[in-house]
Design a binder for this molecule. Structure first.
Ligand code: NAD
Length: 423
């Protein structure tokens, strides 16, 4: 199955429903550029090893290309093209003056030392130097890249260009021009939009039972913020397995235990004996089974393709929030729609990350820096506005939230395309 084809299929469906201009669509489907580079670096042993680097720049109608760089041995052009396309849609759903791109280096970072990762990152920037920059293409962290790696990349960019252009990358450490709130931005944005969805359906968040798939950066912050808003977290998972307690549990206790012992499942190990955790109430289950347990909201914050045609029918949650990219397949979408389950799509719900990256870029360009409270308030406002506008399109076209969010994005991009003139 091709992830890129999945993305194109939804674009086609949304554009057919909204009767968009066929010439616009023809010019929009394929990425503008795909850069492939080879990155020979000297390992600590003195041996040279060559890695493959990719940057797909999908579309820059609305502004400079924007999107993360992932370091993963299985990264490939199809996946990176899908992610770049989703970035274009995501930035347009949030009305950001940015386009969409994504990058990758095919590497298993666990096999490299931190010096080797720094050399690899600098080599990527050297090879991509003509294609990136604050007014061309602004990369950010993604899977297995982080603020430290963005620090190396920013330093290399500033050295090569003999400039102080820190806005060439976002997701940087705060003392290199990073923004307050960036770390938890994706989860905070997702929760702001979730709360708006509950308000518009007159549902009180207090007491709602929540399951979170993936206790990583996005999932752990989402679990904490859900709890802060009165929801009860009843299940959580990571790559090693899942735990469930129908009465709920303290997110802090479970996450502290994961930090100390490596997995959420280790909290239920009687040898570990975590204070405040009543082992009798918990069960350890598989990642797959957790998705099918009773709850009111299911946050998907791990990987793509998690709810598919073989398990969609058994999902019990009435609301699914896509914090990961592409966690529900198009086939599952159809099944869930028939079951009247609301699927709030990735291009809206995880756009908090790129929105705060946009704030970071603005701060770097103006050298004016915002306090956390201002960033959170601005993020809340943008997420709620995007949710409400998506809901209006959903009502107007009588379609799913996913198709409505694509219609919103594509209409915006089409009108920019028209205003720029196309002969
Ligand atoms: P992360 O690496 O910090 O966390 C991923 C978590 O998922 C880990 O805890 C891992 O153990 C867990 N996991 C892996 N396989 C699993 C499985 N089969 N079942 C359950 N859990 C599993 O990554 P992250 O930054 O939290 O990103 C998560 C998702 O959100 C990705 O799809 C990413 O593309 C997307 N996303 C992240 C951001 C961001 O700002 N970090 C922004 C937009 C989208």
């Amino acid at each position: 199955m091709s992830l890129h084809n999945n993305a194109l299929r939804i674009i086609q469906e949304a554009s057919d429903l909204a009767c968009l201009n066929k010439n616009f669509l023809e010019s929009f489907m394929a990425p503008n550029h795909t850069h492939i580079v080879s990155l020979p670096i000297k390992l600590d042993s003195g041996k040279v090893k060559t890695f493959k680097g990719i940057r797909v720049q999908h579309n820059n109608l609305a502004g400079p290309y924007k999107g993360g760089i992932r370091y993963h041995e299985d990264a490939n052009i199809d996946e990176v093209s899908a992610l770049a396309t989703w970035m274009t849609i995501k930035c347009a759903v949030l009305d950001l003056p940015l386009g969409g791109a994504k990058g990758a280096v095919m590497v298993d970072t666990k096999e490299l030392s931190s010096d080797e990762i720094e050399r690899l990152t600098r080599a990527y920037v050297q090879k991509m130097i003509n294609n990136i920059g604050p007014d061309k293409d602004i990369p950010a962290p993604d899977m297995y890249t982080n603020s430290q790696i963005m620090g190396f990349a920013t330093d290399e960019f500033m050295k090569i260009t003999n400039s102080n252009k820190r806005g060439a990358f976002t997701g940087k450490p705060i003392n290199l021009g990073g923004s307050e709130v960036r770390q938890e931005a994706t989860s905070a944005g997702g929760l702001f939009a979730t709360l708006e969805h509950l308000r518009s359906n007159k549902i009180d968040p207090k007491g709602l039972r929540v399951i979170v798939q993936g206790a990583g950066n996005v999932g752990s912050h989402a679990a904490k913020i859900a709890e802060d808003n009165g929801m009860i977290v009843v299940g959580i998972s990571d790559s090693k397995g899942a735990i469930y307690n129908g009465h709920g549990f303290s997110v802090d206790e479970v996450l502290t235990c994961k930090l100390e012992h490596g997995s959420v499942t280790h909290c239920i190990d009687s040898q570990v004996n975590v204070e405040g955790i009543n082992l009798d109430e918990f069960s350890i289950i598989s990642n797959e089974d957790l998705l099918e347990m009773p709850c009111d909201i299911l946050f998907l914050s791990a990987l793509e393709d998690q709810v598919h045609k073989n398990n969609a029918d058994r999902i019990q949650s009435k609301i699914i929030i896509e914090l990961a990219n592409g966690p529900v397949t198009p086939e599952a979408d159809e099944i869930l729609e028939k079951k009247s389950i609301d699927v709030l799509p990735d291009v809206l719900m995880n756009a908090g990350g790129v929105t705060v990256s946009y704030f970071e870029w603005v701060q770097n360009e103006t050298e004016m820096y915002y306090e956390a409270e201002f960033v959170l308030k601005s993020l809340d406002k943008k997420m709620c506005k995007a949710y409400k506008e998506t809901l209006n399109y959903k009502k107007k076209y009588d379609c799913s939230f996913r198709i409505a969010s694509y219609i919103k994005a594509l209409k915006r991009l089409q009108s920019i395309w028209e205003n720029r003139g196309n002969i």
